[in-house]
Design a protein around this ligand. Structure first.
Ligand SMILES: Nc1nc2c(ncn2[C@@H]2O[C@H](COP(=O)(O)OP(=O)(O)OP(=O)(O)O)[C@@H](O)[C@H]2O)c(=O)[nH]1
Ligand SMILES: [Zn+2]
Length: 364
């Protein structure tokens, strides 16, 4: 029946629920089910209600966050931190949020679960990440998750159906394209691409009429509200964006993909949390790890999907990031040349650029 939501639609609904502070039910094939609620949006009342269900709540965090908390991650990529009976909402939120790690360190050792499956916890963390929240969820076991969800009006996600969708990227479809005269070239054209999973749209700006038979001058730009729009001195994104467009304008042809992967894929709120940690002395990579993220959560395969759908097979790529080149090559876009893009170094971003060179392999 087409009027019943499919798994993609249920996952989109689950992301919205988590952002609103609602629990979602997760079930696996063996009859095990849980309620999961994002730690970031959890209220004291809902924590009390979750406890009222009788199970012992845990906070599922990534192994990155567990390392900072010195909690044993028996599940490899994640840890299930047991919530003590007397712990309140502040304790639960401090497990996920590193803002007060230095001023009010958590008193350990934190107990973590080692028995039973963590499959549903993994799904919960993946959902919080794709909802651009802190990657942590409070989980409580419930009987008959599907029935519980139906009687309480909650979204219910089945592990076997969800796992492949969360591991892969969603297909993108072109929505519209129109002429966009720009300062760098009057022959500009903006294309909007929309993913099937209800996630962020991405854009492509075509300059001139690039010949599809020869490598096109291309840039995969990741959204940076602070750098692109506010003139932030903490990174080099704004000058890179304008430098790339200017070069395409002067060559008369090029394509710039504007990928809405703010903060290397963690979202603006989490990027600002990372900046708060950077002001406490952590570098850009350490800050991401303390928040529970990998240093780069972006999926550059989106870039090759868009290039292919525009008819491009080979590029001269404007970048200093070898990971982008490797991903293009792996996903069927030939990179015939790396065109360096070194602009916008300031006293404020010198350390940031040096960390990217030392820890993330960026070319200087
Ligand atoms: N998480 C996080 N993201 C940041 C930080 N500073 C900038 N960003 C984001 O990083 C992305 C830009 O990535 P960069 O590493 O500068 O550049 P790149 O795109 O990997 O490589 P280039 O092609 O050489 O520019 C944008 O999405 C920015 O919002 C930071 O300190 N923390
Ligand atoms: Zn930036």
């Amino acid at each position: 029946m087409s009027l019943i939501p499919d798994i993609t639609e249920l996952l989109a609904r689950a992301r919205a629920d988590l952002r609103m502070g609602l629990p979602v039910a997760l079930t696996d094939g063996s009859g095990f089910s849980v309620l999961a609620i994002a730690t970031e949006t959890l209220s004291a009342q809902r924590l009390a209600d979750l406890r009222g269900l009788g199970g012992e709540p845990v906070v599922a965090v990534t192994v990155r966050r567990a390392e900072t908390l010195k909690a044993r991650a028996y599940d490899g990529d994640l840890a299930r931190v047991v919530v003590p009976a007397d712990a309140g909402i502040d304790w639960v939120q401090a497990v996920a949020d590193p803002s007060d790690d230095l001023s009010a360190p958590m008193k350990g050792p934190l107990m973590t679960e080692r028995h039973g499956s963590a499959n549903l916890h993994r799904i919960a963390i993946a959902l919080t990440k794709s909802a651009r929240l802190l990657p942590a969820a409070v989980i409580v076991a419930v009987e008959e998750g599907r029935n519980f969800a139906a009687t309480h009006g909650l979204t219910c996600i089945d592990h076997t159906r969800a796992a492949p969708h969360l591991a892969d990227r969603s297909a993108l479809h072109s929505v519209v394209a129109a002429r966009l005269p720009m300062e760098v070239s009057e022959a500009g054209r903006l294309h909007v691409f929309r993913p099937e999973d209800g996630g962020e749209e991405h854009y492509a700006v075509e300059i001139g009429r690039p010949d599809r038979e020869i490598p096109v001058l291309a840039r995969l730009h990741s959204a940076c509200f602070t750098g692109d729009l506010m003139g932030s001195l903490k990174c080099d994104c704004g000058p890179q964006l304008r430098g790339a467009l200017a070069q395409m304008g002067s060559e008369g042809a090029g394509v710039l993909l504007y990928l809405n992967q703010e903060g290397r894929g963690i979202g603006l709120a989490n990027k600002m949390r990372a900046y708060f940690l950077q002001d406490q002395g952590f570098d850009t990579v350490e800050a991401n790890h303390r928040l529970g993220f990998e240093d780069d959560e972006r999926d550059f395969r989106l870039g090759s999907d868009i290039l292919k759908s525009l008819g491009f097979n080979s590029v001269r790529l404007l970048t200093n990031n070898p990971a982008k080149i490797a991903m293009m090559e792996k996903t069927g876009i030939a990179v015939t040349e790396r065109v360096p893009l070194k602009v916008g170094e300031t006293a404020h971003n010198r350390g940031y650029l040096a960390t990217k060179a030392a820890k993330s392999g960026h070319l200087l």
